[in-house]
Design a protein around this ligand. Structure first.
Ligand SMILES: *[C@@H]1O[C@H](CO)[C@@H](O)[C@H](O)[C@H]1NC(C)=O
Ligand SMILES: *[C@@H]1O[C@H](CO)[C@@H](O)[C@H](O)[C@H]1NC(C)=O
Ligand SMILES: *[C@@H]1O[C@H](CO)[C@@H](O)[C@H](O)[C@H]1NC(C)=O
Ligand SMILES: *[C@@H]1O[C@H](CO)[C@@H](O)[C@H](O)[C@H]1NC(C)=O
Length: 530
């Protein structure tokens, strides 16, 4: 073929097969931008009202525990658990209640599983923490919304009693942090305080309550347990109002209890959409919008690190309304989750707590039987048994990519394509794995067979004295991005009645020099060997 014909024909042929080639450079040892990634980087935030439905009341909820143990088998640690959120600020304590008393508003189409308006707890409620897996690391919330010192003191005393019990000691479960108040930047709008509630007043109230509970909880400079604050959710940048920077400038860390804050937490949702659409799903999955949402936090991360503190997304997920139907609860959301949580680590976020509630659309796990449809609130003719949702696969893939070494680092790879993200993982000085995410949404309705986008990726190892020669390839297989089930990871399904993995593992081992293909709505993990 003459080069002239080539120039015309080649792009045509390529577009026909929808395959195109990309070269991606992979450093064989960790570059300076690589960040340490914890084994429990992916953690959960549980809506406090229905905590017992997650963990169990008088015996453990084995389904939920299995979903945590699956993750521990891969990374060596179960996800951390934060119990809190909106209902943290609606909780009261009554020593005469054994477990919990809840009152609920009526379900609506948009919110089939509303949060409780009142939560009254007794000792048995906190004591159920013992049902978590061995070595679990936990954060409990205390109510600052009501600003009732007596009530919060009673809760703190009950939490302290739980963590002093022999059951917790045997299970080596650790109280990592206490959070006093959820999203105080909203108190001026949600009725807890007067409009315009300022950060100065929050700092006074927080300090008074922290001062009251430190000794009963045994929090000190040398204790394992510390405070986590301020759990803000603002989404427009305003460094003069509510932000970690203002909090530091106004001296919150300079008081005695303030000096016991070890973790700065902020919350993030990508938006507030109660209705879903294919365009919204693609927007959620898109590399640029993920980077936009995470980089919003860059100044806060830098200010926090400058103080020597950890920075976490203490509550996050896709969209308000507990998720958008057809967006938050489908396979495409698994790809969003994976790219979002890995990019968060690359950006310096130390841990990311995905928010979960019973019947919420954006859950990784539905740990209880549901009698109402989580998408439209209709009564279900057949109750929905506990099950995992697509996002759970992102937690599994991340746990496997991070691995159990305890010294894993991550760096984002530069991939010259707006729909493909890549990350490399190092243990010590050694490149061990890479993950690629193709986030073009591939829909049931819109696509005819054969039009699924596909790329060929060749890896380049410039200057490497000993580049890896072979690699094994695992894929997250997804039929369509708008499918709610049927995913497999390396041939394995977690969509089983007990959440334990089933299926025959599929793993191709290939020469690194052959490169690999990745198609729309697919994740590929490469494990390198020499
Ligand atoms: C904390 O507040 C409770 C309830 O008002 C009170 O009984 C307790 O003595 C206080 N403790 C401290 C250390 O201030
Ligand atoms: C504060 O909490 C205590 C303990 O639950 C309760 O007895 C008291 O009525 C509460 N105070 C107010 C003002 O609600
Ligand atoms: C966050 O993500 C959503 C899509 O999920 C996007 O619409 C929004 O613009 C993003 N925000 C930023 C600050 O990039
Ligand atoms: C490889 O080495 C050359 C020459 O020293 C240098 O310019 C280049 O930046 C190196 N590339 C990488 C990826 O390290």
């Amino acid at each position: 073929m003459s080069s002239q014909i080539c120039r015309i024909l080649l792009p045509l042929l390529l577009s026909l097969h929808q395959v195109f080639s990309l070269d991606v450079t992979v450093p064989t040892s960790p570059p300076s931008a690589a960040k340490r990634i914890y084994r429990d980087h992916v953690s959960y935030s549980l809506e406090q009202d229905r905590w017992l439905d997650w963990v169990g009341t008088t015996s453990r909820n084995q389904f939920f525990i299995n979903t945590l143990e699956n993750i521990r088998k891969l990374s060596g640690l179960p996800p951390q658990i934060r119990v809190g959120a909106n209902t943290e600020d609606r909780t009261n304590f009554n020593p005469n209640i054994e477990f919990v008393q809840l009152t609920y508003p009526s379900p609506t189409y948009n919110v089939p599983y509303p949060e409780a308006t009142t939560v009254v707890v007794g000792d048995g409620y906190y004591a159920a923490t013992r049902f978590l897996p061995k070595n679990s690391i936990v954060t409990w919330g205390l109510n600052l919304g009501h600003n009732n010192l007596t009530a919060s003191f009673l809760m703190a005393r009950s939490i302290a009693k739980t963590f002093a019990s022999s059951a917790i000691a045997e299970a080596e479960i650790v109280l990592d942090a206490i959070e006093i108040g959820n999203e105080p930047d909203l108190y001026g709008n949600n009725g807890f305080r007067q409009p315009g509630y300022p950060m100065t007043q929050y700092i006074r109230e927080w300090t008074a309550m922290a001062n009251n509970v430190t000794s009963v909880l045994g929090i000190s400079r040398s204790s394992r347990t510390k405070f986590i604050a301020p759990s803000l959710v603002y989404s427009t940048r305003d460094t003069t109002g509510w932000s970690p920077q203002t909090m530091f400038a106004q001296g919150m860390l300079d008081t005695e209890p303030g000096s016991l804050i070890g973790i700065i937490s902020q919350h993030r949702y990508s938006g507030s959409f109660c209705a879903g659409s294919p365009a919204l799903l693609q927007d959620l999955m898109t590399k640029a919008t993920i980077r936009g949402n995470i980089s919003f936090h860059n100044p806060d991360i830098a200010a926090t690190k400058a103080r020597g503190l950890e920075y976490v997304l203490g509550e996050t997920n896709s969209f308000a309304c507990h998720g958008a139907p057809g967006v938050s609860n489908v396979a495409g959301a698994a790809l969003w989750t994976l790219d979002y949580l890995l990019y968060a680590s690359h950006a310096g976020i130390d841990r990311i707590f995905f928010h979960q509630g019973i019947g919420f659309k954006y859950n990784f796990v539905q740990p209880a039987t549901l009698y109402r449809d989580p998408v439209n609130a209709n009564p279900l003719p057949t109750p929905l048994a506990p099950h995992v949702q697509p996002q759970y696969y992102a937690a599994i893939i991340a746990a496997e990519a991070i691995g159990p070494s305890g010294n894993t680092r991550i760096v984002e790879l530069s991939v010259n394509d707006p729909r493909i993200a890549g990350y490399a993982f190092y243990e010590g000085q050694t490149l061990v794995r890479a993950v690629f995410i193709e986030s073009t949404a591939f829909f049931k309705q819109a696509s005819a067979p054969g039009t699924r986008r596909s790329a060929h990726i060749d890896l380049r190892f410039p200057n490497a004295s000993l580049p890896p020669r072979t690699m094994s390839v695992k894929r997250l297989s997804v039929s369509y991005s708008d499918e709610t089930s049927g995913l497999t990871w390396g041939g394995i399904s977690y969509e089983t009645s007990d959440a334990l993995p089933s299926g025959a593992p599929t793993r191709e081992t290939i020469e690194v020099s052959n490169g690999f293909n990745i198609q729309a709505t697919e994740v590929v993990m490469l494990s390198f060997a020499n």
